[in-house]
Design a binder for this molecule. Structure first.
Ligand SMILES: [Zn+2]
Length: 301
C-alpha cells in the first residue's frame, strides 16, 4: 500500500510517494517560506498529491510540519518560521480537496516514527530520535506510539538549558542546548577559534579537522560533549533503550560529534538508566520527515 508524506520545511516542502517498506517511489518538491499561507500550502499539497498519484494510487496522506501539533490534530501552531500555518485546518481542507485520509503531525514526531517503522523497531521499546541542524529537535516512540508530553510531541528539548550563564537564545533563554551545540553555534565557535581560516559552514569545520587542525577537532569535540550532556539529561527523564541521531549536522560531522557525546554520557549517566542503551546514526536521512509522515498516515493518530 503506497502512501504520501509531505515534510513542510522553512524553505521547501518535500513530498514523496512511499511504499509499505519505506522506499521512496517518487518525489515532488514545492517552495514554502516565511510568508506561506495556509491556502498556499493547501494548493501545494493538492498539486503534489496529484503529480505523485498519476501512475500509482495512494491510500493516505501524512503532513509533517514544524511547531506544536494542535490538540485537535487539524494542523500545527506556534510555528515561528511559518506563522501563516497557525490556526489553518490543513487536515480537513486536504481531506476535502483530495478525498484521502490525512494525518498532520510535528516534523520531529514524523522523523522518529519513520525511524521506528522502517528500521529501529526490532528489539526496541523506547526509541529517542534527535536531530541536529539549525536547531536541535527530538521525539520519542514508546511501544510503537509517539510520546506526546506537550504540544503533541516531546516538547522542545533543544531548549533544555545546559549553561545558565551561556549565550542568549532566540527563545529568550540562556545557554539552551541549541546555543551551544546546534550547527550555527559550532560554526560560530570554530570561526572564533580559527580566525586565520575561512569558516562558513560545518563542512568547513570538519575539513579543517580532517586536515589535522587541533582547534577544529576541539570545537567539534566540545559540541559533541554538549550534545552528550543534553542526551544524559534526556536519558535520566525518558530512559530510552535506543537513541538515533540524525539531521544535517550529523551528516556533516557525526563522525566527530557522536564519539564525544558517548564519552560525555559515559562520564555522567546513572549506569542503571543506560543499561543496554545503544546510540547510532539515524537511517532515513533527508527523507525522514516525508517517509515518517507517510507511515504516520497509516495510523489515524
Ligand atoms: Zn532556547
Amino acid at each position: 500500500m503506497n502512501r504520501i508524506g509531505i515534510d513542510v520545511g522553512g524553505t521547501t516542502a518535500k513530498a514523496a510517494l512511499v511504499d509499505s517498506e519505506g522506499r521512496v517511489l517518487a518525489r515532488h518538491n514545492f517552495p514554502t517560506g516565511y510568508h506561506l499561507t495556509g491556502e498556499s500550502l493547501l494548493a501545494g499539497c493538492v498539486e503534489a498529491v496529484h503529480r505523485l498519484t498519476r501512475d500509482s494510487a495512494a491510500a493516505s496522506l501524512g503532513i509533517a510540519a514544524p511547531g506544536f501539533r494542535r490538540a485537535d490534530g487539524e494542523g500545527v501552531e506556534n510555528v515561528s518560521n511559518l506563522p501563516g500555518l497557525d490556526d489553518f485546518p490543513i487536515r480537513t481542507r486536504c481531506r476535502e480537496a483530495l478525498g484521502l485520509p490525512v494525518v498532520v503531525d510535528n516534523d520531529a514526531n514524523a522523523a522518529a516514527y519513520g525511524e521506528w517503522a522502517f528500521g529501529a523497531r526490532a528489539g526496541c521499546r523506547r526509541l529517542l530520535v534527535m536531530t541536529l541542524g539549525t536547531g536541535i529537535g527530538g521525539a520519542m516512540v514508546v511501544d510503537g506510539a509517539l510520546l506526546r508530553i506537550s504540544g503533541g510531541c516531546l516538547g522542545d528539548p533543544g531548549h533544555l538549558i545546559l549553561d545558565p550563564d551561556g549565550p542568549r537564545c532566540a527563545c529568550g533563554g540562556r545557554g539552551c542546548a541549541e546555543t551551544l551545540a546546534a550547527v550555527p553555534a559550532i560554526v560560530r565557535a570554530a570561526a572564533a577559534a580559527m580566525p586565520e581560516r575561512a569558516i562558513h559552514s560545518l563542512a568547513d569545520v570538519t575539513a579543517a579537522a580532517r586536515n589535522g587542525d587541533p582547534k577544529a577537532t576541539e570545537v567539534l569535540a566540545s559540541a559533541g560533549r554538549r550534545l552528550g550532556t543534553l542526551l544524559t539529561s534526556l536519558i535520566h527523564v525518558l530512559t530510552p533503550d535506543r537513541i538515533l541521531l540524525g539531521g544535517g549536522g550529523m551528516d556533516a560531522a557525526g563522525h566527530y560529534l557522536i564519539p564525544a557525546a558517548k564519552q560525555a554520557i559515559a562520564d555522567c549517566v546513572q549506569p542503571f538508566l543506560a543499561a543496554g542503551l545503544t546510540i547510532d546514526r539515524a537511517a532515513l536521512g533527508n527523507d525522514a520527515g516525508a517517509v515518517g509522515a507517510a507511515a504516520l498516515s497509516s495510523t489515524n493518530s
